[in-house]
Design a protein around this ligand. Sequence first.
Ligand SMILES: [Zn+2]
Length: 307
Amino acid sequence: MVWPIRSRIISSVLRSKAPLVGSCVHGDSVISSITKPHPKFMNWVKSDGCHASSLPSFKEKQPEDLSNESKDLDVGNYMVETDGYMNLFGLMKQRFLNFKNQKYIKELEHFQSLAEAQYPKFMVIACADSRVCPSNILGFQPGEVFMIRNIANLVPVMKNGPSECNAALQFAVTTLQVENILVIGHSSCAGIEALMSMKEDTEPRNFIHNWVANGKVAKLKTKATTSHLSFDQQCRFCEKESINQSLLNLLSYPWLEDRVKKELLCIHGGYYNFSNCSFEKWTLDFKGCNVNEERSSYVVKEKEFWS
Ligand SMILES: [Zn+2]
């Protein structure tokens, strides 16, 4: 495919390639060294208080080296070793430059159109857990998904008031008019474990408990259904039950339910098990659901298991 070079923005990006490669985060003005989890690291942090001025010194790679390496960089194996420490910002810089050279510039027309507007078909609500990034495991590309991540991938009901989750929901549904919402949970979710183990009365300043309390309906259903199971098994059950409760909670927002009724929006659940690297996907059967607050129930369809 040949893209016409149509804008001065494109040519300015091309011109900026060389200087940018050579001018990123160097020298004294920016502290760019973070240590790897070296056995002595915690001792160093404790004794030093982690002051930036005493970060370990390292030999920064020179700009000309970076220019050469960025052409065919194997990012997955690239590390900047620094006196026994690992410069994570050096790695981050290399990954960014690799993205620019290997993706952005090669798909310049596409990225320039994204700079003007976004038209994602999906909104994803996923857990903040560092191991379950949806873009990594499902291959979402820039512009494809409007995403929010929070502890335990929970959607609060509308009556619980404003949160960053429902603010993002409102924008995605009413402005971007996404066609699908996908709530993704995962195995060994610490947020669900906190929900399952917390006492009913939360401390006002325990922000984690106050947040995961949004999943209390799922917790109650789990306890009622799985009392014969171990705590770990109950947590696995609740991880999926809370996804379905979040799907129901989505329908508590009238502007969202309205688009579902008009079949302009579909609601899906997903569950990533990183113990065996499998993914379950299903879709909420809106017509079979009862969103009555006291006796809510759900029906799902189109279940798939990817392994
Ligand atoms: Zn989680």
